[in-house]
Design a protein around this ligand. Sequence first.
Ligand code: ZN
Length: 348
Amino acid sequence: MRFLAVIRILFWSLWPPSRSFVVGAVLMGSACGSPPHVPPEGLPELFEAVEAAPALHETAMDGCIQVHNVWKAQVRAVHLTARGSIGDRVAMLRDSVYAPYSEFWDGYLGPGFDRWVRRHFDFAGHPARTNPIRTSFLALIADATARAEEITGLRGCAKWYLVYGPGYANMGGLSDGRGMLVDFFAPGYDGDFSIEDMRQLASHEVAHVLRGHASEPEAWTVLNVIVSEGMADYFKKIYWDGELNDAEVLGYSESEWDWTVAHESELWRIARGQLEDTSRAVIDQYQRSDRRLHPEGPPRVGYFLGFRISEAYMARHGPDALVNLFQLSARKILDDSGYSPQPPSAAP
Ligand SMILES: [Zn+2]
């Protein structure tokens, strides 16, 4: 989860364009290129799929889940202007894709939608363009939300925006805790795209939806990041009920996991001195896949520490306390967890 300064919209697992990468995915390349002027491969098939099921707005769970299929409007606009000029395409995308969802685009992309289309919206060249028709994302999101409700008793209602976007996040959330996005053009959705990965990602993101306002977006500190990302991964573990081991939950290799466990007290000693820090550069060391807190360790140790804090909290308070991870402040969760990793030499 992170802040975008623009109109106070916060995206979970998101970072601005110049700071390119995606949590749990791969490092982003710079995707530049000119939009095509002839119908690209895969597009007629996409267009047919969109024409057969054109609903831009779908709901599930009695309206609790709302999905805006912005990608369908994008497919239509690209297809209908395939033989036109770039100006035609920009105009159509502006009218049918930007205007109805301007608040979303302003928050996610920032200003300059037209410029982004001209310079970076390489639809034809993107290997992920047919991914939205590979599964029902409405069903995927509704399944994750329903299962989360079954586990916690809490209902994670949200508006989801499904887009071909700038790829800053594969899945993320807005600061009000009720707006979410799937960006099919994020790294990780190309040839290796797996629906199973998507389901795992959804279980983490639904935890953010459940935590919503309790995530204290006014004071975005290292502690907030550690606890909110860690509790989301802890919830992911519960959600998958033994199907994923701890390393898999965190998206670590076995050796990365072993390293973090062996150096846990050392990592925590550093983190303890930075918990109230709000600087982006420091927070990035805990959250981003291309930053490291410890030069020898894996990235995203904030997730690891928050995961261990959540485990400590739950070990102390029992399974019925799970709901507290979504409702208490990060500080309260930490203080009541008794989390205090000991150096390996001091361990019994
Ligand atoms: Zn997250």
